[in-house]
Structure formats: C-alpha cells, structure tokens
Write a protein that binds this ligand. Structure first.
Ligand code: SDX
Length: 436
C-alpha cells in the first residue's frame, strides 16, 4: 500500500488470500496482539490463526518497567538509570531495592532494607545436612538449584504470594540467604567447615567472609575484590526477559511459591548458552592455552565445527554489551593489583582478532557480560564451576522483581503456549510386544 493512498492508522491491515477478507490489527507500542490473529479463519468453525515464534525471537511476553535494553545502541538501564552510573556509584542492595520498587531508596528505607537482609542471612541447620548429601565434586549450580528449591519447604507461608508481607519476607529471605547457600556450597566443595554470616559486615564483605574466612576472628576482604564483586553483582542483577527470567515468570505464573520459581531460574541460568557461559569462557581460554593458538581456534569456530566463541554474541545486543565494557575496565583494575593473568592475554587476543573478522562482525557477535567476568572471578580464586553461582546470587534480585511485576500485571495469567501439531493422525493401537 503506497503511502497516502489510505488513511494512516495505527493498525496493520492484512488480507487473507484464502478468503479475500481484510482485517485491521491495532498496533500498540510497536506490537500487534497475537490474539488479534485468532479472528482470521478460512472457515468459521476453525480455531483461527496462531503466531508461530520458536524461541520467542520476536515475541513480547509481557509489558515491563524494570529494565530497558537497546541492543543496537548498547544501552542498559535499570528503572531508567544507566548501568554505567549504577555500577560506578550504587551498592548492590540499593540496586536490588531499585529493581523491585522502581525508585531509589530513601536513607531510612535503605537502612531498614540493609538491616532486614543482614538479619535473615542464616539458614535452617537442616540445610547443612542437606548439602552434606552431595558428593564433594557435585556441580555448585546443581547444588544451588536443589537447595533453593528445598528452602521452599522451610517457608510454607511463602505460598501466600498475594500477601504483601509474605512477599516482602520472601524477597528478604532469598536475597539474604542465596549468598549463604552459595558460600556453604563453596566450602562443601573444599571440604572446609561452613562459616556463618557476620552481621557486622556489608552484604558483599559478608559473602566473601563466608567463602574465605579461616581461623581469623574477622575476615577482611581485599578492597579491590570487594569492589569488583559489588560491581559484578550490580551488572548481573537483571536483564529483562532473558531465558532464566522467562523461566521464573513462567513457573511463577502457575502461582508456585517464589523459592520454587527462583530455583527454576537457577536451572535455566545453569545452561552454557546462558549463565553457564562465564564458566565455558574460562574453559575455552584454558583450552586455547596461549595467545599464539588463538588464530587456529578462531578458524575452527569459523569452520562451523560447532565450537562457539563463548562469551561472544547475544540475542539482544548487536553491538558491544555495555556490561562487558565495564567488566573489562574492572579486570584491568583487578589485574593491576593482583598481577596480570596469563589467560587475560588470550582473552584480549581473542577479542582483538574476532572484532576485526567479518565472520563475527557480520553476525554482530561482540563480547557479552560473560567474556571477562570469569577472569576476575578466577583471580579471586573462585573455581570455574562456581562462576555461574555468583551470577545467580546477583540475578536473584532481578528474578524476584520480575516475578512480582508478573503477579501484579492484570494481563498475565498462567503461561500456556499453543503448538502446531505435526505428529501422527489417529491410528489403532496394536501391541508390538510379543504376546505374553
Ligand atoms: C547471557 O538474554 C540475556 O539477556 C542473557 C544474559 C543475561 O544477562 O541474562 O545477557 C546473559 O546469557 C549472555 C550470553 C552468554 N552466552 C554465551 O556467551 C554463549 C555463546 N553465545 C551464543 O551461544 C549465542 O550468541 C547466544 C546464545 C548468546 C545468542 O544466540 P542467538 O541469539 O540464538 O543467535 P544464533 O545462535 O541464532 O546465532 C546467529 C549466528 C549463527 O550463525 P549462522 O547460523 O547464521 O551461520 O551467529 C552464530 C550462530 O552459529 N553464533 C556464534 C556465536 N553466537 C552465535 N558463532 C560463534 N560463536 C558464538 N558465540
């Protein structure tokens, strides 16, 4: 339809070639409602037209006010605040408050929030026995996923998801206890005694104390590591409708309790295409071994052997992930203090070659948040298989904010997609087993 031949309306005018009928589908906020397709039928008694979008490449599942991403411009904002400014000047708990409430906390609100979190860091002693049931080499993400799900059984009232007080308690309990579980899981893997929370420390210092304290009466984390952890937690706190947040929203839409919904998010984050990428990046860099091997590795990736350049690419960012830029600067600060990491040279060489290679730039494959993060965590002596647990600690704040927004969204109901059936038509049962 050439411009000007019809009145301009905020609607798609579609004509069904099978019937010649024309339909006007309203466009709101750049989207058409999939349900508006249902009216398009060849015959009156049929179901109607579906939208087909495997992996939801072009489907908005919700309206959200929490996080804004512009993938082409490399913009990321939490409740309108640029990630660069929050990473530079905010704390993680301040960011967790902002994600949920939509505004920065007043000093009074912040003090109460920090107090509440600080005094909910302990877990039931039975959780320790639960963790002892795992082998010493159990993957930390597998342990975290099951332990958070198990926590649901200790707080049966968390099921009262429409009780604001219960919801608030669940926010506090999960944001407070996931670091404790993470630290206990770390200590279990090392065969070391669990270290209990120290209420006189900040959120990040307390986490690092539960991970690393030995016989000293009070653990003092290195300021550069405390700072790096705070910034990395802020950067990883939320990222709109990513795979794990979609899992949390989907499980939450059945009105399951938030502990079970967050456990589902942890399970999704575990995958190497998602949060597991930070672990996969380190394994890839260790496999390459030396900057001189980078060229051959890149050729292997380009040859389509299935080997991906882990830490590169993103469903939304088609330019440099703004978080990766911040993490790269943070890595420089950390390595200035603790000494150059030999694998950082491999990572820098990988980035340098990939960003000048048409195979990657034509596919808009740039470093994402996971590319440099693992190098920092490794410099802090975290084991590679623990990196995604650190991602999960931070993302718990975003998952919960998204979960609550879903619950309060009048348009939402239980998530139940349709399908295009491509299987057998009706056929009679005839056993293929030998007659008894
Ligand atoms: C996170 O969604 C989020 O917001 C996630 C996250 C968050 O904060 O929650 O940002 C965190 O998960 C970051 C992403 C971490 N994952 C990785 O680093 C794993 C490696 N990256 C890829 O697997 C991939 O880029 C994805 C999964 C991140 C995105 O995949 P898409 O959007 O489905 O893109 P695609 O697989 O369709 O790729 C398009 C093309 C393909 O090539 P062709 O078929 O066109 O020839 O690019 C290729 C892919 O093969 N490609 C890669 C690649 N990523 C995509 N080739 C080599 N190396 C890669 N990393």
């Amino acid at each position: 339809m050439s411009k000007g031949t019809a009145t301009q309306t905020d609607a798609l005018s579609v004509t069904d070639g099978r019937t010649g009928k024309t339909y006007d589908l309203p466009i709101t906020d750049g989207a058409v409602r999939a349900m508006d397709l249902r009216q398009i039928k060849e015959t009156p008694d049929e179901f109607g037209t579906l939208s087909y979008d495997p992996a939801f490449l072009n489907t908005a599942a919700c309206r959200s006010a929490i996080t804004f991403i512009d993938g082409d411009k490399g913009i990321l904002r939490y409740r309108g605040y640029p990630i660069e400014q929050l990473a530079e000047r905010a704390t993680f708990l301040e960011t967790a408050w902002l994600l949920r409430h939509g505004e920065l906390p007043s000093p009074k609100q912040y003090d109460q929030w920090v107090h509440d979190i600080t005094f909910h860091t302990y877990v039931h002693e039975n959780i320790k026995n639960f963790l002892q049931g795992f082998r010493y080499d159990a993957h930390p993400m597998s342990m975290l996923c099951s332990t958070v799900a198990a926590l649901s059984s200790f707080y049966p009232n968390a099921k009262n998801i429409f009780d604001p007080e219960e919801r608030n308690l669940s926010f506090v309990r999960l944001i407070a206890k996931v670091p404790t579980l993470a630290a206990f899981i770390y200590r279990h893997g090392k065969g070391m005694p669990f270290v209990y929370p120290d209420n006189d420390l900040s959120y990040v210092e307390n986490f690092l104390s539960m991970v690393a304290r030995m016989s000293e009466p009070r653990y003092e984390s290195r300021p550069v590591f405390t700072r790096a952890t705070e910034v990395l937690f802020i950067l990883h706190a939320d990222h709109e409708q990513n795979c794990s947040t979609t899992a949390v929203r989907t499980v939450g839409s059945s009105h399951a309790d938030p502990f079970s919904a967050v456990a589902a998010g942890i399970a999704a984050l575990y995958g190497p295409l998602h949060g597991g990428a930070n672990e996969a990046v380190l394994r890839m860099i260790e496999q390459i071994g030396h900057p001189k091997n980078v060229k051959a590795f890149i050729e292997e990736v380009k040859a389509g052997t299935g080997q991906k350049l882990m830490g590169f690419g993103h469903r939304v960012y088609k330019s440099y992930d703004p978080r990766a830029r911040i993490v790269k600067r943070l890595a420089d600060d950390v390595f200035k203090e603790v000494g150059m990491d030999k694998d950082l040279e491999v990572a820098l060489e990988l980035e340098c070659i990939a960003l000048s290679d048409d195979y990657f730039t034509s596919r808009k494959l740039y470093p994402n948040v996971d590319f440099y993060t693992g190098l920092i965590y490794r410099s802090m002596k975290f084991p590679t298989d623990f990196f995604t647990v650190l991602f999960a600690i931070a993302r718990t704040a975003g998952w919960l904010a998204q979960w609550e927004e879903m619950l309060q969204d009048k348009e939402q109901k239980i998530a139940r997609p349709r399908q295009i059936y491509v299987g057998h038509g009706e056929r009679p049962y005839k056993s293929t087993l030998s007659p008894k």
